[in-house]
Design a binder for this molecule. Structure first.
Ligand code: XIL
Length: 348
């Protein structure tokens, strides 16, 4: 498919008549209908979409008032994850008293902009309000499930995927569950949470989300994989696994990242990179981003990538400059590497 001759002729005529300035091909693209498969994509969202995937960002509600921040968000990203506003301390600060205002601000913005929302997160061990910390046993289990039910039901139809449970496994070589008040209510707390979430919002994809599960050789990765396999075998409603993907020099993008993604996908779940950020700068950081994105593109069920913030200065670990835009909002080499990798990626 080439640009219709008539468009070229009209453009040439307008240039000749002095109506249009004679400009190069890039500037001429608004009237250009060149085949999209021969053009570089304009944004992360459109590049990812070409391979049937989404590209998203973690968002902090109070930053939506910053026009540079919101300008990049609206232009580049198709999916929004509230960084903190859907966490338990934000949504149920007192037992049974739910506050959705800060999260709604992000969701409303996303919906107005035609973006989708990933819900993060229904249950996580840190950041618990004091009323919850003081509960145990059956009362804690009941309060935990009520929280899942109320929040998932409130956002029914507006959140396409939920991190139902976040970070429930221990680091290190044990492969054990992390100790927490939730865990002390019984090993089945995770599956109970997934069942409650499914009942409250049957349309949402339900994910288990964790960090340090990117390297296939690690005991924690294997332990999460075993849990997901067991859930699938027993009909516990789980649809996806989120690999947070927070990388540093000491915790680099593993050589076997695509293997890990493939092995989770083989269980019949989607996989998403949910909080991608990679500390570093320049060409090295760009190459690491390329490797991470390429690993996702290698697996058809790796359905989307979210970076955990927009500019370096927005990051939860800003000193590591781990994101795709610098503090002024300019695109970094890592941005170009990601865009190029997405453009070169196969369709699922
Ligand atoms: C972080 C937020 O980005 C920070 O703003 C907040 O202070 C702490 O939490 N894993 C997760 C995320 O699942 O929720 C965390 O987000 C980063 C680590």
């Amino acid at each position: 498919m080439r640009k219709p001759l008539s468009t070229s002729l009209i453009t040439a005529a307008l240039v000749a008549a002095g109506v249009l300035l004679p400009v190069g091909p890039a500037a001429a693209t608004p009237t250009d209908t060149l085949a999209t498969d021969t053009l570089a994509s304009a944004t992360l969202a459109s590049a990812a979409e070409r391979s049937g995937r989404y590209f998203g960002a973690g968002v902090q509600g109070y930053k939506l008032a910053d026009p540079v921040y919101t300008g990049i968000l609206d232009r580049e990203f198709a999916v929004v994850t509230p960084e903190n506003e859907m966490k338990l301390d934000a949504t149920e600060p007192q037992q049974g008293r739910f506050t959705f205002g800060p999260a709604d601000r992000i969701v409303d913005h996303a919906v107005r902009q035609g973006k989708r929302v990933r819900g993060h997160t229904l249950l996580w061990h840190p950041g618990q309000p004091s009323w919850l910390v003081n509960l145990q046993g059956a009362a804690l289990r009941q309060a935990m499930l009520n929280h899942v039910t109320q929040v998932a039901a409130y956002y029914r139809g507006r959140v396409f995927a939920w991190d139902v449970v976040n970070e429930a496994f221990a680091d290190g070589t044990s492969g054990a569950r992390r100790d927490s008040n939730f865990q002390r209510t019984g090993d089945d707390w995770i599956e109970a949470a997934f069942r409650a979430a499914r009942a409250a919002d049957p349309g949402a994809k339900l994910c288990y989300n964790d960090y340090n599960i990117e390297n296939w050789a690690h005991a924690k990765t294997q332990a999460v994989h075993r849990m997901v396999r067991d859930f699938r075998a027993r009909g516990v409603p789980i649809d996806c696994v989120g690999l947070q993907s927070h990388f540093t020099a000491n915790h680099p993008v593993p050589a076997d990242f695509a293997t890990t993604i493939r092995n989770f996908a083989a269980l019949g779940v989607d996989v998403q990179l949910t909080e991608l950020d990679i500390e570093g700068s320049g060409a090295t950081q760009a190459e690491n981003y390329r490797r991470a994105v390429t690993a996702c593109l290698a697996v058809s069920r790796c359905t989307g990538i979210t970076v955990w913030g927009i500019r370096d200065s927005d990051s939860w670990r800003a000193s590591g400059t781990p994101l795709l835009f610098d503090s002024t909002g300019a695109k970094k080499p890592a941005y170009t590497a990601v865009l190029n990798a997405l453009d070169g990626g196969p369709c699922p």
